[in-house]
Write a protein that binds this ligand. Structure first.
Ligand code: C2E
Ligand code: MG
Ligand code: MG
Ligand code: MG
Length: 293
């Protein structure tokens, strides 16, 4: 009867829930061990000038090489790391590794070549009392001048105490490091937050880029770009996948773009081949430029 079925279903869902909980606990433990064992690797996704199609910089994206499960996405483990506190040690490593890599690239590329590195920093890291001290130490240990580094933070960080955050950000900026607001438009912050903090770069979230041109009204993307310009901020459009999106963003005078159209995130060697010019993967991008000019 219905009652029996209901009970069976209940037991089934209960088991699924139990499995999920166990799975989560296992991942939490694995993560803690993984950080100690150094199971993480960084990938670098090119950030491209939409006017020249040259690589302007890279965003650092972390991957977890789990010994049994293979590569695990940061979308899954970063929230766990934030919840359990593992993000502190992991974040320290990411910052060190990213700065170290950039310093090595700087030594290889011509002196007149511009290049920057973006590193994602979690809100949990920012509010550590010794964050600034560790941050300074990382720059001096790796020898990377702050002017080559941009810190990406999400809007959720802005919800913290305004004075406290401004204090931290101004200390970061005193080192020549710039601040990028990631996934702009997806958080709960209002536009009024933008002028309360010394933000240098707005990264327009992929969800807005995907919607471009879908409605007749003026694109949100073009509105965000004009706001950024007015506030003297740079703009990066995230998640560009099609030539049509590229063309539209170019016509909006968007400075930078990032997305699978140009390149997926790359391992060190692949990224290096791109900046050293031995790889012509971005050549099709020049064809895009030819089309629009
Ligand atoms: P994010 O910082 O907004 O990074 C952009 C994400 O979009 C990356 O996903 C990237 O691989 C993906 N992406 C780039 N181009 C395209 C595209 O054309 N189409 C689509 N569909 N996706 C694209 P990923 O690497 O999986 O990272 C996801 C998120 O995890 C990041 O979003 C960031 O919030 C977080 N994350 C990644 N690495 C780190 C890190 O080192 N530290 C911290 N705190 N968070 C990180
Ligand atoms: Mg980011
Ligand atoms: Mg983003
Ligand atoms: Mg994102």
């Amino acid at each position: 009867g219905a009652k029996a079925k209901g009970l069976a279903e209940y037991q089934f869902y209960d088991e699924v829930l139990h499995e999920k909980t166990m799975d989560m606990l296992r991942l939490e433990t694995d993560l803690r061990k993984g950080v100690e064992r150094g199971e993480f690797v960084l990938e670098y996704q090119p950030i491209v000038s939409l006017q020249t199609c040259e690589i302007a910089g890279f965003e650092t994206l972390v991957r977890w090489q789990h010994p049994e499960r293979g590569i695990i996405s940061p979308e899954i483990f970063i929230p766990i790391a934030e919840k359990t506190g593992s993000i502190i040690k992991l974040g320290d490593w990411i910052l060190y590794e990213g700065c170290c890599q950039m310093k090595q690239w700087l030594e290889k590329i011509p002196a007149n070549r511009q290049l920057f590195i973006n590193i994602n920093v979690s809100g949990k890291q920012f509010i550590q009392p010794d964050f600034i001290a560790k941050f300074k130490e990382t720059l001096s240990q790796t020898g990377l001048p702050g002017s080559y580094l941009k810190i990406e933070m999400t809007e959720s960080v802005l919800m913290k105490n305004v004075d406290q955050l401004n204090n931290i950000l101004s200390q970061i900026k005193a080192l020549g490091v710039r601040i990028a607001l990631d996934d702009f438009g997806t958080g709960y912050s209002s536009l009024s937050y933008l002028h309360k903090f010394p933000i240098d770069v707005l990264k327009i979230d992929r969800s807005f880029v995907v919607q471009m041109g879908a409605r007749n009204e003026k694109d949100l993307v073009s509105i965000i770009i004009s706001i950024a310009k007015n506030m003297k901020m740079d703009v990066v459009a995230e998640g560009i996948e099609t030539a049509a999106q590229f063309k539209r963003l170019h016509s909006y005078d968007c400075q930078y773009g990032q997305g699978f159209l140009f390149s997926k995130p790359l391992r060190t060697k692949e990224a290096e081949n791109l900046i050293m010019g031995t790889d012509i993967k971005l050549s099709f991008c020049r064809e895009l430029i030819d089309i629009i000019t």
